[in-house]
Design a protein around this ligand. Sequence first.
Ligand SMILES: Cc1cc2nc3c(=O)[nH]c(=O)nc-3n(C[C@H](O)[C@H](O)[C@H](O)COP(=O)(O)OP(=O)(O)OC[C@H]3O[C@@H](n4cnc5c(N)ncnc54)[C@H](O)[C@@H]3O)c2cc1C
Length: 395
Amino acid sequence: MPEERVLVLGAGTGGLVAANLLAYHGYKVTIVEKSDFHLFQPGMLWIAFKGHRPERYLRPVEDLVRPGVELVKGVVEKVDFAERKVTLGDGRSLSYDKIIVALGASLDYDAVPGHRQLFESIGDYFGGADAAAKFWSHFSKLTEGTLVVAAADPLYKCPPAPHKAAFLAADTLRRKGLLGKVKVVLALPFIHEYASETMAKIIGPKLREAGIEVKTMFTVDSIDVENKVINSLEGESIEYTLATVIPVHGGPRIEVNPPNAVDEDGYIKVNKYTLQVEGYDDAYAIGDCTNAPTSKTGVTAHLGAEVVVDRIMGFEARFTGRTNCPVVADGEAAFVISDYEHPPVPVRFSKMKRLMEDLFIAAYWSSLKYPEKWQAVFRAYFEATSPAVLGERGW
Ligand SMILES: Cc1cc2nc3c(=O)[nH]c(=O)nc-3n(C[C@H](O)[C@H](O)[C@H](O)COP(=O)(O)OP(=O)(O)OC[C@H]3O[C@@H](n4cnc5c(N)ncnc54)[C@H](O)[C@@H]3O)c2cc1C
């Protein structure tokens, strides 16, 4: 049995996969989490735009931690990589032989004037299950006017999230016979309909087919909640009846020693291949809390966790930066597939990919608690669909 004590911070997607996989391999693992419930974050889209019940996407954290993992409920306040010590909000301190930081990204509703007021009055699909349910209570009553889906910064979790929001919203409106009476406007901080031109050529026509109006080069700069107007950094304005804006993201809100272990936005600086915290061979960071130059998605957090577990076990595993972000449209899906070496390859919409996405969602809870059971299936999928294999022809 390995003697090393591994401390995992955060029981989100990456933290749970890492902790449960290490426990499976016999490591003594402690995981620290501030929330009682784990939220399947993509579920917020379905709550906010389809009226799904929040309980469907929430599980008590203790139910997702396998026997052998010690769960500590608490708020991480300080991580001291130099002293190998973590301090919690109630003053407790924890030491470790190896640490994996998986605290996710933080959301800043105060970066854009008016944003907090908008969020507190109608919720959104980023700020938690309750916020998403609140948004649905407004969206479900919308019968005319303009729904605006926008972003305050180009860097946010799940790059196709606003596209999915617009597709799901348009689908709900269409089913109610309201699409047209309600206009859906997708305002994006990019030159094209998607950050990658290759995928924009595939997603753009689908958006038009779904009756969604796209405004490019629109980065939200301020929101005038009284007059219902969103203003962009680029100098344009959009009037809305209902609006939702993705907040500015940053690294976890904790104190870190040494301070230069995080970048100017608070993201933990890692070697992008080994996911080791710069300067520390006993410390790793995975998922949304790092500065690794790849998308902030559950898939990347999961794959990063597997790499770190392999490295702790002594294997020379390397993180490729692989993404697999689903774009869900009416009855179909596509995936944004890229890695460090390859920009997104062309992946077209199909019903089969929608089935695959639905199967991934169904497997989510099991893949967190028993990641070893899914490793063979996931590896086969990720190898068969790697950007190098798919190439310019795509999928
Ligand atoms: C609307 C939306 C749609 C998405 N769709 C997809 C998708 O289709 N596919 C996909 O792959 N990804 C998707 N994502 C992104 C995905 O959910 C995240 O990238 C993923 O959850 C990141 O995992 P993580 O482990 O890095 O962080 P998280 O899962 O966010 O976990 C961080 C954990 O740390 C805890 N924590 C934070 N601070 C502290 C503290 N100080 N003390 C103690 N605990 C703390 C949090 O409570 C949380 O449990 C979506 C996200 C959103 C918002």
